[in-house]
Write a new protein. Structure first.
Length: 280
């Protein structure tokens, strides 16, 4: 199914287009309009096609932001950026408009094989695949411990709190925190980018499975810091949306690792580095 649906264009009708905040985040609700089955899993995406008046044909992938369902309805969380023609196209759609898309495709977000705490770290619309993942957790183990950290720039970027609050009621051990990189003076939540604000909250590592989504720079920097602290790569799932070629400076990774207070797992690479330094 995935291979065929990824190759062939499909059609979907806009049911609703909601502007969530003044800074330009939209939640679009679609219904598949070609009469074919539409099945997807948390983490998968659809690729939206559009014809730009000056740039020509464009296609961009968007992770599905709604739980799997048999009705052919799905939602996309979109951040409008002037240099992103597909995002502008989507933000201006109205109910009953038709769009061409391909998919669903892409990797499925796996649940941990045991009772490890699920730690979700997202920036911006990187929150998208975590919303259907929360629905999957509710189906399989509603008392599984889940912690979500969402990095945004401004207080005006905050949205979807009604949905997140709903999950705090449906899931027995779900919590979320918003971290603002440019917070107002009266902001009482987390401050700074998630690369800075989340590490100090990691009091343990061995009991956690990490999922990172959004800015590729955030993903590379946190992944390397977690690995330096001893977290196996198999316990870190990542989905970069942009900055795909980012390289983290070693000094920055070391600084982020030093902000992690957890000491419950061994860090063989860090220990080796210490031994080499002692021999110099």
């Amino acid at each position: 199914m995935a291979d065929k649906s990824c190759r062939l264009p499909r059609r979907a009708r806009v049911l609703r287009n909601t502007r969530l905040c003044v800074t330009g985040t939209f939640l679009l609700r679609f219904e598949v309009a070609d009469g074919e089955p539409f099945e997807f899993e948390p983490g998968q995406f659809v690729a939206i096609d559009c014809e730009h008046p000056t740039l020509g044909y464009r296609r961009s992938p968007y992770c599905i932001a709604s739980p799997p369902n048999p009705s052919g309805v799905f939602e996309l969380l979109v951040r409008e950026v002037p240099e992103g023609p597909v995002s502008v196209f989507l933000s201006r759609l109205e109910p009953s408009d038709l769009v061409s898309f391909r998919g669903p495709a892409g990797a499925v977000l796996p649940l941990p094989p045991d009772s490890r705490e699920i730690v979700l770290i997202a920036t911006g619309v990187g929150l998208s695949p975590f919303l259907p993942l929360l629905a999957r957790v509710a189906q399989t183990d509603p008392f599984h411990r889940v912690s979500l950290y969402w990095g945004l720039r401004l207080e005006e970027d905050i949205c979807l709190l009604d949905i997140l609050e709903g999950w705090t009621r449906r899931l027995g051990q779900f919590s979320y925190e918003v971290s603002l990189s440019r917070p107002p003076e009266n902001w009482t939540g987390l401050r700074g980018r998630v690369t800075e604000s989340v590490p100090p909250r990691l009091l343990s590592l061995g009991d956690k499975q990490f999922y990172l989504c959004g800015n590729g720079a955030m993903i590379v920097e946190l992944t390397e810091a977690l690995a330096l602290a001893g977290v196996p790569r198999s316990r870190i799932y990542d989905e970069p949306f942009f900055n795909l070629r980012h390289r983290a400076e070693r000094s920055l990774v070391r600084r982020l690792r030093d902000r992690i207070p957890a000491t419950d797992i061994s860090a063989p690479y860090e220990r080796l580095q210490q031994l080499l330094e002692q021999r110099r």
